[in-house]
Design a protein around this ligand. Sequence first.
Ligand code: NAD
Length: 453
Amino acid sequence: MDVINPANNRKIGEVQEFTEEMVHDTVGTLEKGFAGWSGCSPAARSRILFKAAEIVRQEKDRLASILTAEQGKPLHEAGNEILGAAAVMEFYASIAGTISGRTLPRADYGYAFTKKSPLGVCGAIIPWNMPALIMAWKVCPALVTGNTVILKTASATPLTNIGMADILFRAGLPRDVLAVITGSGAVAGVALAADERIGHLSFTGSAETGDKIAKMINPRRTRLTLELGGSDPMIVCEDADMERAVKGAISGRFFNCGQTCTAVKRLFVAESIADEFVSRLKEGTEAIKVGNGAAEGTTMGPLNSASGLRDMEDAVKSVEDGGNIITGGTRLKGPGNFYSPTLITDPEPESVLMTEEIFGPVLPIVRFGDLSEAIRMANDSRFGLGASIWTKDLKTACEATDRIECGILWINRHMRIPPEVPFGGSKDSGIGRENGLAALEQYLTEKTVILTP
Ligand code: NAD
């Protein structure tokens, strides 16, 4: 399979297209590796992850260049993603020795305790938008709890994941404990999800693919984590720090060319400050420098695929009648997949921008009268991944905390996800949690023992 640079649509590499048989053989290899890895001490696992994190940090620039070349994002964003992956490795390395069961003393029958054990071979299927970080989110908690892992990369971004796996092996991870497989979702992805030896499957990707996988997996009752799409609302209240909120909206929407699950996808701004806010937002958006992510000064790269660019154009065209494009709205000169950062005010509530997840640099802006109206519009979505509210008022922040339907709420920021915090969605945005201590439970089974002397 060819790997393409989205900034010029030129081929930059080739990877193996895994067949169904190759996927099943790889699961067999990891099944054999499980005995050794699950029997290894937490300290030994921890040392490998710490060492791998150290090498990742040392080789950050090399990995970032690979990531930019196959994914498109600017080099500084790619570098931050690589460092984010190293931080996740360090977090899980640091807690490896703390994983334990529970003791439940009971005077009437003795006591009960629980023993937590790894599941075996765990599967991971990931998308192309944040391949290094999402790999770390899945592989690290699975490895640290004693599981072996088979990771299916996205077809567009296999090279970063191969590079990260290579570093884990150089840090001492045995070869039969982790496998990175490349290939299409229709063949390699389906084969992995269909393999009955998988103890847990963690999928990140679109809600549509998540549904297909859930239908395949549910009859076997295999454990499943689904991290799916989002249509995150950002609510800017009258008392918000306007400068911070404008910056937050720009980075929240245009970071990674708008291709982030927790990007700001719908912006709601208080009527009383809307004119000034929109005017400052327009100014900031027009200052974004679109170009090849590898070029100096670029602040937004291309979309990752030609089909993503077409979807983006269709989405903007479909709302032209109901909303006002106040900046952008055009495809930029190729050969890469470039689109101008776009702001659209007053879109129809039922337009695709407001009801579906648009994975690209377009932000719809809607005005609101009071907080209840803002929260009602924010919750009017099938998705429930992230959300943010910008206010100085504690009462408003508390009300948002209680009433906004989402898996993660930011107050006066948008999108930061440190390694320690649980992350995941509600509604159509998924099930289960990654990151933090919460992720460990997904990779462990707990047996209760009742002991009567
Ligand atoms: P996608 O669903 O098309 O593909 C994701 C992965 O699934 C790829 O590796 C693909 O090859 C594989 N796949 C495709 N069909 C499959 C099938 N039938 N069986 C098994 N595997 C299959 O998603 P994408 O376009 O790569 O990624 C973008 C989506 O990911 C967006 O919706 C975005 O919001 C979501 N996402 C969610 C999170 C989160 O944490 N919630 C994070 C990043 C991205």
